[in-house]
Design a protein around this ligand. Structure first.
Ligand SMILES: *[C@@H]1O[C@H](CO)[C@@H](O)[C@H](O)[C@H]1NC(C)=O
Ligand SMILES: *[C@@H]1O[C@H](CO)[C@@H](O)[C@H](O)[C@H]1NC(C)=O
Ligand SMILES: *[C@@H]1O[C@H](CO)[C@@H](O)[C@H](O)[C@H]1NC(C)=O
Ligand SMILES: *[C@@H]1O[C@H](CO)[C@@H](O)[C@H](O)[C@H]1NC(C)=O
Ligand SMILES: *[C@@H]1O[C@H](CO)[C@@H](O)[C@H](O)[C@H]1NC(C)=O
Ligand SMILES: *[C@@H]1O[C@H](CO)[C@@H](O)[C@H](O)[C@H]1NC(C)=O
Ligand SMILES: *[C@@H]1O[C@H](CO)[C@@H](O)[C@H](O)[C@H]1NC(C)=O
Length: 213
């Protein structure tokens, strides 16, 4: 009996410690946002107007960096907007750690490579605008996990493959733009589950089949 209860005590103690350790590991703050943005900057291979090179300096708060705004309530990065800056490179998966990000807008640059699936854990994201870039590969199925997403612009890139079925889970999506890519296959029936959709731009791809929604 004594043995059993001491075992139970040890077990509950170790579960408790794991709980606390796991919480600590998940604690993110503005320092997390800073390292995510520095990781993002480190993968930019061309910045012809020296926008980030000079401005994104650790001597000032990330909330003062060009393109970055923070929310007052949480003191975390709320939006990252870098349009028309001729930035070239790949997007760091570390941006997926910016857990309070609501707007990510990289429209009209030369970001390429795959869109990192890690960004699909940004559960507060409402706007994802990456049109006019050079992204390639498939649209990650995990995008369907962005349950707050309202505006999704993927147009004028080199995305290929199918539109994932999981996109139908985006019940709050208002606008979807995949215009001018290399998407193929059938447009999934699940699209009809996007109950808030108002604008759907899918033209200039290689879709096949017939669909009635
Ligand atoms: C952020 O959290 C880390 C530990 O997770 C801590 O070392 C650091 O001081 C915190 N930074 C701020 C600005 O609170
Ligand atoms: C970065 O740019 C912002 C906005 O233009 C400006 O307020 C800030 O002072 C700049 N920071 C540095 C370190 O140059
Ligand atoms: C980006 O460039 C387009 C075309 O030149 C222009 O219409 C738009 O206002 C620019 N946006 C920003 C944020 O500079
Ligand atoms: C993209 O940005 C460049 C300037 O960097 C501008 O000349 C061009 O018009 C913009 N294109 C679009 C589609 O916004
Ligand atoms: C952030 O994300 C990257 C890659 O997704 C990961 O390796 C890193 O450990 C994460 N955590 C922090 C606190 O930066
Ligand atoms: C989507 O979220 C669910 C639950 O949070 C998770 O189990 C699943 O792995 C995610 N899907 C992808 C493709 O990441
Ligand atoms: C649409 O969503 C409903 C529940 O909201 C689900 O039962 C149904 O299977 C979904 N249909 C498709 C085609 O995904």
């Amino acid at each position: 009996m004594v043995n059993l209860s001491s075992h139970l005590f040890l077990l509950s103690l170790s579960l408790h410690c794991c709980f606390i350790a796991c919480l600590a590991a998940n604690t993110k703050n503005i320092t997390t946002d800073q390292s995510a943005l520095l990781a993002f900057k480190s993968l930019i291979t061309s910045d012809p107007y020296d926008v980030l090179a000079n401005n994104w300096s650790t001597s000032s708060s990330v909330c003062n960096w060009i393109g970055v705004t923070c929310d007052e309530r949480h003191g975390r990065v709320h939006s990252l907007i870098l349009r028309n800056m001729s930035l070239r490179g790949t997007v760091s998966p570390n941006l997926g750690n910016m857990s309070f990000l609501v707007i990510l807008d990289l429209k009209n640059n030369s970001f390429g490579g795959q869109f990192p699936k890690e960004l699909c854990s940004l559960r507060r994201l409402k706007v994802l605008h990456i049109s006019y870039n050079e992204f390639e590969g498939g649209i990650p199925p995990a995008l369907g996990n962005l349950s707050q997403l309202q505006y999704l612009y993927l147009g004028t890139n080199n995305f290929n493959g199918f539109i994932p079925q999981s996109m139908g889970n985006l019940h709050g999506l208002i606008e979807l733009d995949t215009i001018r890519n290399k998407l193929s296959g059938h447009i999934p029936r699940t699209i009809s589950n996007m109950s808030s959709i108002e604008v759907l731009h899918l033209s200039s791809n290689y879709f096949s089949g017939t669909r009635t929604f």
